[in-house]
Design a protein around this ligand. Structure first.
Ligand code: PLP
Length: 409
């Protein structure tokens, strides 16, 4: 059995999106800046996709700027807004959280080197933050608040509407990275007081290498890439017409189907959580998915002590299951995930984490297979683990981990 359970890393391009994508490469291949028919057709394709993206999030068409990725949109929003507000208002403060994607965290670190001051608000032990925490952190020096909509590793969904209201009240620019949230939760940038928002195509069945930045009219958005006049002079470079067309179609399908997909995916997620929680000395990372602890419908993130995340992934791969430990961008590194450390977990627990991210293409049979295989693989790895032996034989050191994990036996 081959099971893809890493949809938070990326998703396959689906046949209906491919139908939109291919003709842009083979027939409608003109340069959108050319004035002849082929070029004008490509331009029309881009403008149709822009309208689709705007509609999906309640924005105006001229508030959408296509980019080469979610990462680029994050960099653009935060760097150019911070730099502009320092130039025009002398503000040098940035507020974010300590569990953002590296596209934001490393951008903030780069801005610190330029002299900006960044407050990294801590999330609580389940991966949430309150709008009041943001309110209390804002001061006269704050240029921009950037807080992710939903976390890519543990799937927690943050109170973006409340944070947006706080930022609006305080007159501070609010950016959110909605790369994981789009298509999973309804987003209305006007109602939620979102000034800027980043989206990526490849998490919602468009190809890799396309995304967009929403920037509210009235905010000055400075040029990010210098060159030609594309994207109203703000982001130079010949447009990725095919990717953009695919993104327009993908976001339309994703946002129209939110309720239906939620109803299909959530029971599979909850079964995974219920069954994998039966593994001794395990824990669910992030909230349970209740109304006050919202969680992405397809996200499961568990830790099992006495297991190395990497060996868990390799064993699952042999069994035909593609999953992740931490985020894809940090896999290959032996550092434990910064998101799990932000929850206050010790390294021993953070190291043994598994993220399964499912979607509407997964089936009940696949879920049954995963809940059969994961406990077997965990038992096999633990049988070779010195830490597990130490904890189980005489239970030495177990007291340290007991409050964070289910019983060891
Ligand atoms: N932000 C979040 C929350 C993500 O999960 C990702 C990708 O994993 C990104 C940003 C980066 O998006 P992209 O891969 O399009 O650069």
């Amino acid at each position: 059995m081959k099971i893809y359970a890493d949809n938070a890393a990326t998703t396959p391009v689906t046949p209906e999106i491919l139908e939109v994508l291919i003709p842009c490469l083979t027939e409608n291949y003109g340069n959108p800046s050319s004035i002849y028919t082929l070029g004008m057709n490509a331009l029309r394709t881009i403008e149709k996709a822009r309208a689709q993206c705007a509609k999906a999030i309640g924005a105006k068409t001229n508030e959408i700027y296509f980019t080469g990725s979610g990462t680029e949109a994050d960099n653009w929003a935060v760097k150019e807004t911070a730099r502009r507000l320092r130039r025009t208002k002398g503000k040098t403060g940035i507020i974010t959280t300590n569990f953002e994607h590296h596209a934001i965290l490393h951008t903030c670190e780069a801005l610190e080197k330029e002299g900006f001051t960044v407050k990294y608000l801590p999330v609580d032990s389940e991966g949430y933050i309150k709008a009041d925490d943001v309110k209390n952190a804002i001061d006269d020096n704050t240029a921009i608040v950037t807080i992710m909509y939903a976390n890519n590793e543990i799937g927690t969904i943050l109170p973006i509407g409340e944070i947006g209201a706080v930022c609006r009240e305080k007159g501070v620019v609010f950016h959110t990275d909605a790369v994981q949230a789009i298509g999973n939760v309804p987003i209305d940038v006007v109602k939620q007081n979102i000034d800027m928002m980043s989206v990526s195509g490849h998490k919602i069945h468009a190809p890799k290498g396309v995304g967009f930045l929403y920037s509210k009219n009235g905010l000055t958005l400075d040029r990010f890439i210098h060159g030609g006049a594309q994207e109203r002079g703000r982001r130079a470079g010949t447009e990725n017409t095919a990717g953009i067309a695919a993104l327009g179609e993908a976001i339309t399908i994703a946002c129209e189907g939110i309720e239906e997909r939620f109803a299909k995916i959530t029971p599979m997620r909850d079964k995974l959580i219920k069954e994998l929680s039966k593994i001794p000395a395990s824990r669910l990372n992030g909230g349970a998915g209740s109304a006050n602890k919202p969680r992405l419908p397809g996200n499961v993130n568990m830790s099992f002590i006495g297991i190395e995340g990497e060996s868990l992934l390799l064993n699952l791969d042999i069994a035909g299951i593609s999953a992740s430990s931490g985020s894809a961008c940090t896999s290959g590194s032996l550092d434990p995930s910064h998101v799990l450390l932000a929850l206050g977990l010790p390294h021993e627990i953070a190291h043994g984490s598994l993220r399964l991210s499912i979607n509407e293409y997964n089936t009940d049979e696949e879920i049954d297979y995963i809940v059969k295989v994961v406990p077997e693989v965990c038992a096999k790895i633990r049988a070779m683990s010195p830490l597990w032996e130490e904890l189980t034989k005489g239970q030495s050191g177990w007291e340290r981990f007991a409050p964070l994990l289910s019983p060891i036996a």
